[in-house]
Design a protein around this ligand. Structure first.
Ligand SMILES: [Zn+2]
Length: 441
């Protein structure tokens, strides 16, 4: 059994002082407010939060950070740079990169990551001897980095969508594609779950999966987490309307993709009917605001979506920042910019998105709260740093950054202590994984 004494802990909606938490077998067994520390307790200073969920990650996109700002451009020109990196990765380099990226996420308080994974097959065509070699690299990376993983294995079949129909796969996109939804499902079925690992599914987008293939993906997901990029860019909506006569959200609804296990990522450019379809189906919406700003996507109608009943989750997506606290804060700040109003989301709502609702979207309904029976995930945050000193503990969200996280416990195991990850110097791991990808680029 382990025990922690927290100067302050976030218990379902706000901070509570002097909390003892005990855990056994990776689960919280007792939460006792108003208690003095006892001999043997690990003392956690500052504010202790439930573990954060990063509900939308493409680990390999981290290699583009600080590499794409010299030429301007659009989402689509950024995507060409991303494809260039995608073409260089193999299972070994993918493992090294993802391990370092995930370790960085744990340093930022993330105890579970949802990897939206579409880089399946070898460069130049064919299949690896192990057809899930690239997936297995992610599984090993998450285990090494000490966080749980929901592998959202993405179905990707077409090279894009124009008003006249889907485009053939082009260049590196061949690495993403399985041929059809049945072949994708057969490969995914080879992936076993294990402690700390859930296997989920993804529709890359209506650009990459023709409508006729959507029901087979939804059926193969079979109630497991099913994620899909939706309406990130206006061009996707225009092509979808021109070809199908529907919006992307409308098309997904028509073909049975939406529902309580589904998460719509971005959901940036929506009609009123789209908002009703997503919220009415019980789908979660995942915002990735630093990526959406970086790629000039736009601002999703998140307040309208959540008021209509859609739960909100958060993702680091292309790892423009890998700071989930910043992502949560940006949700509120972007809404302020487009609505002219402050307080669109209360801090406690943003904490729910960061913790319990993000975990539920990744298939871990037993995580994201500090409560008996829940997974023993604890994130201790400094309230005396240059960023957080003086802030009201209930409003830490609007002041803190990932750098304020000093201790992280995942399933009862201490993975970050005094700001240090068990793997050591994560910056060095990142540089060692990323620099070779750009050597002759
Ligand atoms: Zn994405």
């Amino acid at each position: 059994m382990s025990s922690w004494w927290c100067a302050s802990a976030w218990l379902d909606g706000g901070p509570v002082d002097d909390v003892r938490i005990t855990a056994a077998g990776g689960r919280i067994t007792a939460v006792q407010p108003g208690q003095p520390p006892r001999p043997g307790d690990h003392r956690l200073t500052g504010l202790v939060l439930p573990g954060f969920a990063d509900a939308h990650s493409h680990a390999f996109h981290r290699s583009l950070r600080g590499r794409t700002h010299d030429r301007g451009g659009t989402f689509w020109t950024w995507r060409r740079r991303m494809y260039a990196v995608a073409g260089r990765l193999d299972p070994d380099s993918h493992l090294a990169l993802a391990r370092a990226v995930y370790a960085g996420l744990v340093l930022a308080g993330v105890t579970c990551v949802g990897e939206f994974h579409y880089l399946h097959h070898p460069a130049g065509g064919g299949r690896y001897a192990n057809p899930n070699a690239m997936s297995d690299a992610l599984v090993e990376a998450a285990a090494d980095a000490g966080l749980r993983l929901t592998l959202l294995d993405a179905c990707y079949l077409a090279g894009g969508l124009e008003g006249t129909g889907h485009l053939p796969l082009d260049g590196v996109q061949a690495r993403f594609a399985d041929g059809d939804a049945d072949a994708w499902a057969a490969r995914v079925a080879l992936l076993p779950e294990r402690p700390g690992l859930r296997i989920g599914a993804a529709v890359h987008s209506v650009r990459a999966v023709p409508a006729a293939q959507l029901p087979a993906v939804a059926q193969a997901a079979a109630g497991r987490p099913l994620h899909v990029h939706v309406s990130e860019q206006p061009a996707e909506n225009e092509a979808c309307r021109a070809y199908y006569g529907r919006t992307p959200a409308g098309l997904l609804e028509q073909h049975g993709v939406l529902g309580p296990s589904t998460t719509a990522v971005h959901a940036t450019h929506l009609t009123g009917d789209d908002v009703a379809a997503l919220a009415g189906s019980g789908s979660t919406v995942c915002a990735c605001p630093s990526t959406e700003a970086d790629l000039a996507d736009g601002v999703a109608p998140l307040r309208r979506l959540t008021r209509a009943g859609a739960p909100l989750a958060l993702g680091s997506d292309q790892h423009a920042g890998s700071d989930l606290i910043a992502e949560a804060r940006l949700v509120e700040l972007h809404q302020r910019l487009v609505t002219g109003q402050r307080g669109c989301f209360r801090p406690a709502e943003l904490v729910d998105a960061l913790t319990v609702d993000g975990h539920r979207a990744l298939g871990w309904p037993d995580a994201g709260r500090i409560a008996p029976g829940r997974r023993a995930d604890l994130v201790a945050l400094r309230l005396d740093s240059v960023r957080t000193a003086g802030c009201a503990p209930g409003q830490w969200m609007m002041a803190a950054s990932a750098a304020d996280v000093h201790t992280v416990v995942v399933d009862g195991r201490v993975v970050v202590s005094d700001g240090q990850h068990v793997l050591g110097d994560v910056g060095r791991l990142l540089a060692a994984a990323i620099d070779p990808l750009w050597d002759d680029a």
